[in-house]
Design a protein around this ligand. Structure first.
Ligand code: KIV
Length: 303
């Protein structure tokens, strides 16, 4: 077991100080979390992208605190070395400060060590209250998917000077409220660089160019587990959708041809029991008499 990553350790990581860029990947279940943690990522984000990549919705607005807690618990059960950050879903921090703190606490009780929420200056009261409750908060600015309707679609943000200035002001407001890191999504690289230089906490980019203090990608995008929409910023490091489809097709072909399961993949009765039962296949497979002893193979490792 390696060293557990913490929010204060992440907070101190700036490329400008000579630190290595941070690596964050989303995770939604135990096998995914184990795979990414074994790969040595710094942060596992239980993102509300859960709605789209796992639950099949068209946007992130459909997931609830219950959904997020369920998946956060699955990720946390792996006891990863990476910091587990859980997304506060839409409407879990928009109604009142009290609600926001209670919902953040639910995700911590499910196993998160920090929460992430979207938005800038207008979310400062919520961020401050959650931080006051001793829960580390990660900010998220730029193309914030929970604002898809307000933004008029999944569009790059901060392209005009005023909008870029507003993003820098939002980042500074979040830092004053106590965030330990900020995700920058879908912003031009120069704007991301401007924000990264302006704030003392690390920025973690997704579609924000190379000048951030770290990068995040969605698990299913990194592994090529889906072949639908592919944003410009996604780099696929494997083609698991194709490999998985081919593997399942091979399984189906083996079942249909009778090639699966083989004798090695089958539990057998001890020969004497089979013979006493008069099982016809014993005779068919092993003949009668002495050779039956060879097929004694008790179930020893139930799965
Ligand atoms: O939910 C998510 O996957 C995210 C990342 C895109 C940063 O918020």
């Amino acid at each position: 077991m390696g060293t557990r990553m913490t929010a204060p350790v992440i907070r101190a990581r700036k490329v400008a100080h000579g630190d290595e860029p941070l690596v964050m990947v989303t995770a939604y279940d135990a096998p995914g979390a184990r795979l990414a943690d074994d790969a040595g990522v710094d942060v596992l984000l239980v993102g509300d992208s859960l709605a789209m990549v796992v639950l099949g919705y068209d946007d992130t607005l459909q997931v609830t605190v219950d959904d997020m807690a369920h998946h956060t618990a699955a990720v946390a059960r792996v006891q990863p070395n990476a910091l587990v950050v859980a997304d506060l879903p839409w409407m879990s921090y928009h109604v009142s400060v009290e609600d926001s703190v209670r919902n953040a606490a639910r995700l911590v009780r499910a196993g998160a060590s920090a929460v992430k929420l979207e938005g800038g200056a207008k979310r400062v009261p919520m961020v401050s209250a959650i931080v006051d409750a001793e829960i580390p908060v990660m900010g998220h600015l730029g193309l914030t998917p929970q604002s898809v309707h307000a933004l008029g679609g999944f569009k790059v943000q901060g392209k005009e000077l005023d909008a870029a200035r507003a993003l820098v002001a939002d980042a500074e407001a979040l830092v004053d409220a106590g965030v330990f890191a900020i995700v920058l999504e879908g912003v031009p690289d120069v704007v991301a660089r401007w924000i990264t230089d302006a704030v003392p906490v690390p920025t973690i980019g997704i579609g924000a160019g190379r000048h951030c203090d770290g990068q995040v990608l969605v698990f299913h995008d990194v592994l090529g587990l889906q072949d639908g929409i592919r944003p410009k910023f996604v780099r696929r490091y494997a083609q698991l959708k194709q490999a998985g489809t081919e593997a399942i097709a091979a399984f189906a072909a083996d079942v249909r041809s009778g090639a699966f399961p083989s004798e090695e993949e089958t539990y057998h009765l001890p020969a004497a029991t089979a013979a006493a039962l008069g099982a016809p296949e014993v005779v068919e497979l092993y003949g009668s008499g002495a050779s039956m002893a060879a097929c004694s193979s008790p179930i020893s490792a139930p799965r």
